[in-house]
Design a protein around this ligand. Structure first.
Ligand code: PMT
Length: 226
């Protein structure tokens, strides 16, 4: 009710790109390498930024959550597709928030027809090659005045690993979530996170992804004001 009666329009005039969902790497027409991202976290951020007056572009891999209304969506399948969609739009954005879960590897060979079982009892060995790092590419080409936010999905050494990603990808803020904690991470409506900047850490205990989205955007606006 408060949001409708007294909307906070502090992001008016800002162009915001949000990534959501998981990418899929095809082995053949019926098989892929993927992950459990539902898109809930990215969708919550996109909806919150839109409600705060931003012009939002959503770039999504595979999602299962309800897509927010009235936000243009660019659909992609693989990490290379996501790379092209994000890097081509990045220069015109004020804020880029990367909540998507891109596959780090793709198959070295993609079969155009369904790959047949050999029936020889031998292991089927598949070679994977590294995908490009989208956040690192956007970070390397960062423009003055841009605010770059990444996520870190970790199962151990949450803060140390996230801090390394913050530096390596030239981010202003990283949202670290321990995806093994109940109520956090993939395909749930809530999250537990630590917001990490170069100046310090803010712990965000269990809360809805909608609430966390507002906290992330508050931090983005605080960083921009600095
Ligand atoms: O979609 P939900 O079900 O709501 O789940 C939310 C979530 C768990 C997917 C989300 O909270 C989250 O943690 N997203 C990041 C997942 C991830 O890929 O984390 P990472 O630590 O592997 O990557 C770090 C950052 O680099 C991320 O911003 C990621 O988008 C980016 N990245 C990763 C790999 C790659 N090749 N290019 C990238 O840009």
């Amino acid at each position: 009710i408060c949001g409708i009666l007294c909307p906070k329009l502090d992001m008016e005039g800002l162009k915001v790109m949000v990534t959501a969902g998981g990418t899929r790497e095809r082995l053949d027409p019926v098989r892929y390498l993927g992950n459990d991202s539902s898109g809930k976290m990215g969708f919550a951020i996109a909806a919150a930024a839109k409600a705060r007056g931003a012009e939002v572009t959503l770039v999504c891999g595979h999602t299962t959550a309800q897509q927010p209304a009235d936000i243009p969506v660019v659909r992609v399948e693989s990490t290379c597709d996501l790379y092209d969609a994000v890097t081509s739009r990045a220069p015109e954005m004020d804020v880029i928030i990367q909540a998507a879960a891109p596959a780090d590897y793709r198959f070295a060979v993609t079969y155009t027809e369904k790959h047949k079982k050999a029936h020889d009892g031998q292991p089927f060995v598949i070679e994977l090659v590294e995908n490009p790092d989208i956040a690192a590419a956007v970070g390397a080409a960062k423009k003055p005045g841009q605010t770059l936010v990444g996520f870190a999905a970790e199962t151990e050494n949450l803060h140390a690993n996230a801090q390394k990603k913050l530096a390596k990808k030239n981010l202003d803020l990283i949202v670290a979530n321990d995806v093994r904690q109940p109520g956090a991470g993939f395909n749930v409506d809530t999250n537990i996170a630590t917001l990490i900047t170069r100046d310090g850490l803010t712990d965000c205990p269990l809360q809805s992804k909608a609430e966390l989205a507002e906290t992330i955007l508050d931090k983005v606006m605080e960083l921009r004001a600095k």
